[in-house]
Design a protein around this ligand. Structure first.
Ligand SMILES: [Zn+2]
Ligand SMILES: [Zn+2]
Ligand SMILES: [Zn+2]
Length: 465
């Protein structure tokens, strides 16, 4: 389901109320910002089929085994083994495969938490091998490692739940960053430390905001449980997600599974997930630094992909960069709109000027014969209104249509003659001269005779009365 796109007027009316309520920063050239956001989201909007998309998914409780050999899981287990070398002997387990799941199914008994089981034996081992002080320190350290491992388990586990997810590239979606309920402490919030950042993010290429909500069973209302931002890469068909905020108790595994389902649907193929391959560039300018919570760094695509870059576009907010000479200006008040962009006054002076409309352009002008038969240079769109002469190829505002072809007035004069019988303009090599009279070959053939000079005169007069 697509959510309605705001018109500029609707957005401004919303924005005014929003700023009135929350205060804080707002770009002063909001019309340009609004336009930039639209201009820089063409690829992702094509995939979404609109500015935003809303979907509902039902997740089922599943726990997938974590990677115990490598990755975060493997590294944490290495450290646990260093701290507690005889762990498998104490637990009466074969090897580290006991770490694959957060719980162990013990025959007919209820499942036991792996971390609980370890904490049952570890202090005894520490007490037997170390003094009291070291024993306490080691126990604390082990608890820390197990809690880290708990995060890895959580990422690979989903709960039975129904979730609503919205992926938005709408102006409003970005404006609300810091106001989704789960991200109150985000520095994107109005009046917070980095108020410009969300406006910069919004106008950066192919960015989006993801928000997730869940029905509150008591009130029946949907409440936000997570939000993140990200960007789409058309070349590698990858959705990148960063800056994750979540409500306490909402499982990361649920969010990741939801992302996998959503992006698989959008890309039309089952997605794989990669971690820590994204990079945000262009994130410093003068005293500004793009600040973000680094929690979450996930990429979803059909197959394994390389580094995913988001290059921030702060133009128009932190400075005004002329797209032609690349110089930065403090203000764009002297900039001129040319073609689809805005240029510094120095570049604007060098633009071409259409002789008919006086419009400036950096594109090449096209030469045409204007309505008063003067050669002028005009914009391509103006030239497209006219056709070209089939003989000399010059685009002309004054073309005569003769027997399925277009002929300019110049060519008409030099290459055509009016037949004295049918009175039409005929190309010269199909004209026969009879003294002062010119007759086209068709008329000659129709009348089937070779006239004498005087007879032609009389004959033509008789036709026209
Ligand atoms: Zn310039
Ligand atoms: Zn011509
Ligand atoms: Zn004729």
């Amino acid at each position: 389901m697509n959510i309605k796109n705001d018109t500029y007027e609707e957005f401004i009316s919303y924005l005014n109320k929003f700023i009135e309520r929350n205060g804080g920063y707002c770009p002063n050239n909001i019309d340009k910002w609004f336009y930039q956001v639209d201009k820089n989201h063409k690829d992702v909007r094509e995939v979404l089929g609109g500015n935003s998309i809303q979907k509902f998914y039902k997740l089922t409780a599943v726990e997938n085994p974590i990677d115990v050999k490598s990755g975060d899981g493997g590294q944490i287990i290495n450290e646990i083994e260093k701290l507690f070398p005889r762990i498998y002997e104490y637990l009466r387990k074969e090897d580290r495969s006991i770490f694959e799941y957060s719980t162990l199914a013990e025959n007919n008994h209820n499942a036991i938490k792996v971390s609980k089981l370890i904490m049952k034996f570890a202090p005894r081992y520490f007490a037997e091998h170390f003094g009291t002080v070291q024993c306490i320190a080691n126990t604390k350290e082990l608890e820390k490692l197990l809690s880290k491992l708990g995060e890895v388990w959580a990422k690979n586990r989903t709960n039975d739940c129904e979730l609503e997810v919205t992926l938005s590239t709408n102006h409003k979606g970005f404006l609300l960053l810091g106001h989704y309920g789960v991200d109150d402490n985000s520095c994107f919030r109005q009046k917070s430390s980095s108020p410009k950042d969300k406006f910069i993010l919004a106008q950066s290429p192919e960015t989006f905001v993801i928000s997730v909500s869940k029905e509150d069973k008591r009130t029946g209302k949907h409440i936000n449980v997570a939000r993140a931002f990200g960007w789409y890469n058309k070349t590698t068909e990858t959705f990148n997600v960063r800056n994750y905020y979540f409500r306490n108790g909402f499982q990361e595994g649920d969010f990741l599974e939801l992302c996998k389902k959503l992006f698989s649907d959008l890309l039309g193929e089952k997605c794989i997930q990669q971690e820590d391959i994204t990079k945000i560039t262009n994130s410093e300018y003068s005293a500004w630094h793009f600040y973000q919570n680094n929690y979450g760094n996930w990429s979803f695509s059909k197959k394994e992909v390389g580094t995913q870059v988001c290059s921030l576009n702060y133009n128009g907010i932190l400075c005004f960069r002329c797209p032609r000479c690349q110089s930065d200006f403090k203000s764009d008040s002297a900039f001129q709109n040319i073609d689809d962009d805005s240029y510094c006054p120095y570049c604007a002076k060098q633009a071409n000027v259409c002789e008919l409309t006086k419009t400036k352009t950096f594109k090449n002008l096209v030469e045409i014969l204007d309505p008063s038969n003067r050669f002028v240079f005009v914009l391509e769109i103006i030239a497209k209104e006219y056709s070209s002469c089939d003989i000399c190829n010059i685009i002309s505002a004054n073309l005569e249509h003769i027997k399925n072809s277009n002929v300019c007035t110049n060519c008409l004069e030099t290459n055509f003659t009016t037949c004295d019988i049918c009175k039409t303009n005929i190309i010269d090599d199909q004209i026969e001269d009879f003294g002062d009279n010119s007759v086209c070959t068709e008329c000659v053939a129709e009348h089937g005779i070779n006239f004498g000079l005087n007879e032609t005169e009389i004959y033509i007069e008789s036709i026209h009365g």
